[in-house]
Structures are given as structure tokens and as C-alpha cells.
Design a protein around this ligand. Structure first.
Ligand code: PHE
Length: 336
């Protein structure tokens, strides 16, 4: 009897090892563990075992049944686990999970737009260093030695003759030094001023400089170019005016204003009730500047202009605090 139990036990574990599907496992269960299976038959046989042998045989048979049931349960759990992916296939019709996508900073967007307009009018792009010498930032731009702009109040000096550029105009000088006319370029970049940070002023901001030098360039060309820019940027119905002003490196010089697009010139908070908004400074390149770069001032004339990007962007998007551009608050940035 003990041998018979051993033999069926062998057979059970052999067959169990080869089971590879839930169906095969079920067949095995019926064959061995079910009410009329081999193990049940062994318990029937136990009845005819002699009283002397019964305890030992009964014990062996009980142990086999317990072990067989445990092995069966384990196999069943393994098979269910392995077959789960097949029972729960990926639903390819579900919508995808979108990844959050950033946008360009409003200052970058504004520079891109201004660039696009001037490039379409034949201007190229030029760049220059942010750490400048006194020569390029002031002297070659015809600032007299005691001009107030050199004052510590406005300029970050690194040493007596080295500073952070206060405007993009030094790039004009660098460009003319390395290129003969005709010159037609815009020069975007960062500029620095030693001022208290507030809603209206920053220590770091951006400008775009423009320069056009050739034979026979006149103030009409300046006006025509800048009016064309303003109409493309602010809309063709924009009103404009030029008002005389002073820059050491241009003569004559003019600030350009456009009609306030919020109130259409009636006067409001945006234009400080003037009806007009100043958008840039400009003028005809001063002959002294041409002398510094070695251009023949008898032969060539040119115009230049410079505009503050933060200011232009603020007017366009109605932003009343310049500090917002540099706080990197996504609630602000996500709106552009
Ligand atoms: N550089 C001047 C400024 O920072 C702007 C300007 C540029 C004016 C070119 C005239 C010509 O205010």
C-alpha cells in the first residue's frame, strides 16, 4: 500500500510539473484530487489495510493529500498571475496622456516678432558683448567725458574702464568697425542699469538697436522704416508722431510715439492720460560717430534707433509691473 501511495505521488508531481495551462491543471485536479480521483481511491483502499499497518499508511496518505493540495494551489496561483496580461489587454483606444508643453517667454516672443519685421525689410542681425568698455558704451558714441550717464547711479562699473553695457548702441560701433557701408542691421540684447528695482524699472532689461548706413540715407528713410514697423507691429490704423529729443550719438534725434491703443488717444491709465505712448528713440547718426569708426561722414549718412523690449511687450500685453517678467511664475508665463 505504501508503495502504491509513493507511485501515485510520483505520478502526481511529474504531471503537475508539466502542466502549462489552466485546462491541463483542471484535468489534473479531476484525475487526482476530485471525489473520484486517485487520492480518493487510495482512501477507499485504506479501509482494507490491516489494523496494524493502518496508522502508518493513513499518516502517509494524509501527508500526500495535504502536499498535493498545496502544490496544486500554488500552481493555480502561478498560472493565474501569468495569464493576467492576456486577460486585460492594453486598450489602444484610450486617449493619450498629454505632456505639459512650455511656451516661449513673452520677452523672447516680442524679440522674435520685431526681428521678423525688420528681417523682412532687409535688416540682418548683429550681436555684441554685455561686458563693454567705456570706449564702446560711451566715448565712441560721442558722450562727453563728464556726461551724467557715466555716473555711478546709472552704470554698473566693473573697473574704471570696464562696465555692463547700459544700452545696445555699442554694438553699432563694433559693427561699423568691422564692416563698410551699406550697413543695415538690428542688434537685440540685454542691457544693465544701476537703478532701484520697481514696477517701472529693472537693473536688467532688453533693447533692440537698429542701424542703417549708406549713401543718401535721410530722415525720411528713418520715418518710413519706423512707421512701417509700427504699422506691422501695432496694426495699420496706428497713429504716430516724432518729437525732437537729444542723444549724444544722433543729430537730429527724435522719440517716436504711437497713439494709445487702449483709449485710442482719449487718455487713460496706460498712456498716463497723454493719449500717446513713447515706443523708441531714434536719430541720424552723428558725424562724430562716423569719425570714430573711420567712415567718411561726407559720403555716408545713416539712421539709428533703439527700443526697450520690456516696455514694448508691456504696452502690447497691458502689463503694469516689469518685475513679472523675471519672477518665473508659471501662472504669469502660461498666459502667453
Ligand atoms: N541708446 C538709446 C537709449 O538707450 C536709444 C537710441 C538708440 C537712440 C539709437 C537713438 C539711436 O535710450
Amino acid at each position: 500500500m505504501i508503495e502504491k501511495i509513493e507511485q501515485i505521488k510520483q505520478q502526481f508531481f511529474d504531471e503537475l510539473a508539466h502542466v502549462g495551462s489552466p485546462q491541463a491543471l483542471e484535468d489534473l485536479r479531476i484525475k487526482f484530487l476530485a471525489r473520484k480521483g486517485f487520492i480518493a481511491q487510495l482512501f477507499d483502499d485504506l479501509k482494507s489495510v490491516s489494523v496494524v499497518d493502518k496508522p502508518a499508511v493513513g499518516k502517509a496518505l494524509n501527508e500526500f493529500r495535504t502536499a498535493a493540495q498545496a502544490a496544486f494551489d500554488e500552481k493555480k496561483a502561478n498560472l493565474e498571475h501569468a495569464s493576467r496580461p492576456a486577460e486585460l489587454p492594453v486598450d489602444v483606444t484610450l486617449p493619450g496622456r498629454p505632456k505639459p508643453l512650455g511656451t516661449k517667454h513673452p520677452i523672447t516672443q516680442t524679440i522674435d516678432e520685431i526681428r521678423r519685421i525688420f528681417v523682412s525689410m532687409g535688416f540682418s542681425i548683429a550681436l555684441g558683448p554685455e561686458v563693454e568698455s567705456d570706449y564702446y558704451n560711451f566715448e565712441a558714441l560721442n558722450f562727453p567725458p563728464n556726461h551724467p550717464a557715466r555716473d555711478m547711479q546709472d552704470t554698473f562699473f566693473i573697473s574704471k574702464k570696464v562696465l555692463l553695457r547700459t544700452h545696445t548702441s555699442p554694438v553699432q560701433i563694433r559693427l561699423m568697425e568691422r564692416q563698410q557701408p551699406p550697413v543695415r542691421a538690428i542688434m537685440p540684447g540685454r542691457v544693465y542699469r544701476n537703478e532701484a528695482v520697481s514696477a517701472r524699472s529693472l537693473v536688467l532689461f532688453h533693447q533692440i538697436e537698429g542701424l542703417y548706413v549708406d549713401q543718401g540715407v535721410t530722415f525720411s528713410d528713418l520715418k518710413g522704416t519706423l512707421v512701417s514697423f509700427a504699422k506691422q507691429f501695432y496694426g495699420s490704423d496706428v497713429q504716430y508722431k516724432f518729437r525732437p529729443t537729444f542723444f549724444p550719438f544722433t543729430e537730429p534725434s527724435a522719440d517716436m510715439y504711437i497713439s494709445c491703443f487702449l483709449c485710442k488717444g482719449k487718455g487713460c491709465r496706460m498712456c498716463k492720460f497723454a493719449g500717446w505712448l513713447e515706443i523708441l528713440g531714434s536719430g541720424m547718426v552723428h558725424p562724430h560717430v562716423f569719425k570714430y569708426v573711420g567712415y567718411n561722414a561726407e559720403k555716408y549718412t545713416g539712421f539709428a534707433f533703439g527700443m526697450g523690449i520690456e516696455r514694448i511687450a508691456s504696452l502690447r500685453y497691458d502689463i503694469d509691473d516689469l518685475r513679472l517678467y523675471y519672477e518665473n511664475d508659471v501662472r504669469f508665463l502660461k498666459q502667453f
